[in-house]
Design a protein around this ligand. Structure first.
Ligand code: C2O
Ligand code: CU
Ligand code: CU
Length: 579
């Protein structure tokens, strides 16, 4: 397998005892080695005092699996074995590279022995779970081939579908692409009381896109333009299968979507125009069901859908499609044939090698999977009108009502940055330090230009040219320098980013979009869900998202980053230090 990562880049000399992070959370057993700019720590071991209710052995390894007809495909994948705990803890998806679904109960104490049987470093992150910093799979905890990291945590999340996936700095995208990912379902009593469809009536739907070569092998080798836009496959796999079909009875089902793609964003809609009934998102059930004409699902996001096939005669076919939309890619890339596959790539973007014609353009119209009714039944559970209780935060609850914690997106042809900086270990800025047990107002917004990509002179000129909007000063007030201003030039390179925050889930309180991008926004806006608990939010070009996030339970380093995995690996990732 080729390794697209330039390992010689941005070496980082780690000095024990220096820097915020070191002082705050660096254990004494730091080894003076470094890798991908990260320190090399001794893998965590089991603590005898921890008494697990569930104990699992999880391994990341190479393998080969039959995906397309003919030759098997070499993959990297998770395998797991239950050492102790309830029998239904692990469920294998049939002949699939995805790891088994791990099912946990709120309140359970879990120990996971994670062994790296790959030929390269890795570490596993429990996306969506709120666990102690040491158990969160931060890239600083990467382990080498042959090593084992022991995770121990108590499940404090509410019922929800989460993801386990690798998180090593600069090689996450490649490892996920080659197959390392799995679903992690949490159940709790509030959910159990609803008696939602379960067993064969609860179907996990993991959406991924992949490219294969003529020998059925996965192709991954992002060039500059793939890294800027994200790496897109030319075929859709559902639960690791091409041309997925599900045979159902004429009754209600619970479809649990997880977008496990590196970069692809979907606009989910039923082929016959049936509205999509949503009962939950990333952080679990909504207060009550909501219907949408379609739903946007970005990498890292999850969706709990109530799909009722009652009354549909045997033989009925229904397709879940990704419907057409625009605005995900920078304006110029879209107009130059990135979407729709039409047109050449000439001009400025072509010259920069930004965008080739995509075989399956993001935002085009294509099928994802088919539902076939093969059995008629008169019995079906009814959709509950109330699902769960969610205490909605308001500005009265936050510690910083007039000074949101900034998450500034800056985009340029050379770099995708957060808060004007590329990821660096132990580089926590004042506005990235958050007091434990506070509730914070946060704001994600786009800025113009990048901190690194463009010289100041050029950025300044372009700002003048495009008539920059000026900033409204709050973030600057928190000490971010050299970030450019909102609006203006940024619009040209502005694209969609699924921004993910580790730790506690958050609530979205508002979304606003710049008038310049209102047209493309109109093609997605009715499918953006702002209720419920979230850990990943799709931020469209020109869009500003405000949310409220509690920082409870655990001190230490928790990441925030773009879940377009190519962006993440490029450094569109930062740390918060909860202290
Ligand atoms: Cu799903 Cu920090 O990742
Ligand atoms: Cu995460
Ligand atoms: Cu991004």
């Amino acid at each position: 397998m080729q390794d697209p990562v330039d390992r010689s880049r941005r070496r980082f000399i780690f000095q024990t005892g220096v820097g915020l992070l070191a002082a705050a959370s660096m254990p004494a057993w730091v080894r003076a080695m470094e890798m991908h700019g990260m320190p090399k720590l001794t893998p965590n071991r089991a603590s005898p005092a921890f008494k697990p209710d569930v104990e699992i052995e999880l391994a990341a390894r190479q393998g080969s699996i039959s995906i397309l007809p003919g030759q098997a495909t070499r993959v990297q994948h998770y395998t797991a074995k239950l050492l102790s705990g309830p029998k239904d803890t692990l469920t294998e998806l049939p002949s699939c590279y995805l790891g088994p679904i791990i099912r946990l109960q709120k309140g359970q104490k879990v120990r996971i022995h994670f062994r790296n049987d790959l030929m390269e470093p890795t570490i596993t992150h429990w996306h969506g779970l709120h666990v102690p910093a040491l158990m969160d799979g931060h890239p600083m905890y990467i382990i080498d081939s042959g090593e084992t990291f022991v995770y121990e945590f108590e499940v404090i999340n509410r019922a929800s579908l989460n993801i386990y996936h690798p998180h090593p700095h600069e090689i996450t995208a490649k490892q996920v692409y080659y197959g390392l990912a799995g679903g992690l379902i949490i159940n709790d009593e509030e959910e159990a009381r609803l008696e939602l469809p379960s067993g064969e009536y609860e179907i996990p739907i993991v959406l991924q896109d992949r490219r294969f070569n003529a020998q059925n092998q996965l192709i991954y080798g992002p060039h500059m333009h793939d890294r800027m836009m994200g790496f897109y496959g030319d075929r859709i796999l559902v639960n690791g299968q091409p041309n997925a079909e599900f045979e159902v009875a004429s009754r209600a089902y619970r479809l649990r979507f997880l977008n496990g793609s590196n970069a692809r964003i979907y606009k989910l809609g039923w082929s016959d125009g049936t509205p999509v009934t949503v009962i939950g998102v990333d952080g679990g059930l909504l207060e009550s069901p909501e219907t949408f004409p379609y739903v946007m699902l970005a990498p890292g996001e999850r969706l709990d859908v109530w799909a009722d096939f009652s009354g549909r005669p045997k033989g009925t076919e229904l397709t879940m499609r990704s419907l057409p939309f625009s605005g995900v890619l920078p304006m110029m890339a879209e107009h130059m044939g990135g979407r729709g596959g039409r047109g050449g790539m000439g001009g400025m973007m072509g010259g920069m090698g930004m965008m080739g014609a995509m075989a399956l353009p993001v935002g085009s119209d294509y099928p994802l999977f088919k539902i076939r009714v093969t059995r008629e039944t008169g019995e079906s559970p009814k959709l509950p009108s109330r699902l769960s209780k969610i205490d909605r935060y308001t500005l009265d609850d936050v510690a910083n009502p007039s000074k949101p914690v900034p998450i500034a997106i800056s985009e340029s042809p050379m770099a995708m940055l957060l808060n004007g900086r590329s990821y660096a270990f132990d580089d926590i800025q004042p506005f990235e330090r958050i007091p434990l047990d506070t509730v914070q107002l946060m704001e994600i917004f786009h800025t113009s230009g990048g901190g690194h990509g463009m010289g100041h002179g050029m950025r300044g000129r372009m700002m003048g040219m495009m008539g920059g909007h000026g900033s409204d000063a709050q973030p600057e007030g928190q000490g971010m320098g050299g970030m450019g201003m909102r609006g203006g030039m940024g619009m040209m390179f502005s694209m969609a980013h699924p921004i993910h925050l580790h730790g506690d889930q958050f609530q979205i309180i508002s979304r606003t979009v710049a008038v310049e991008r209102a047209d493309s926004y109109a093609t997605v806006k009715d499918g953006l869900i702002s209720s419920g608990w979230k850990d990943t939010v799709l931020v469209m070009p020109g869009e500003t998202v405000r949310m409220i996030k509690p920082f409870h339970h655990f001190k230490g380093v928790f990441m925030y980053h773009c879940h377009n995995l190519e962006h993440e690996d490029m450094g569109m990732m930062r740390d918060f230090l909860i202290e």
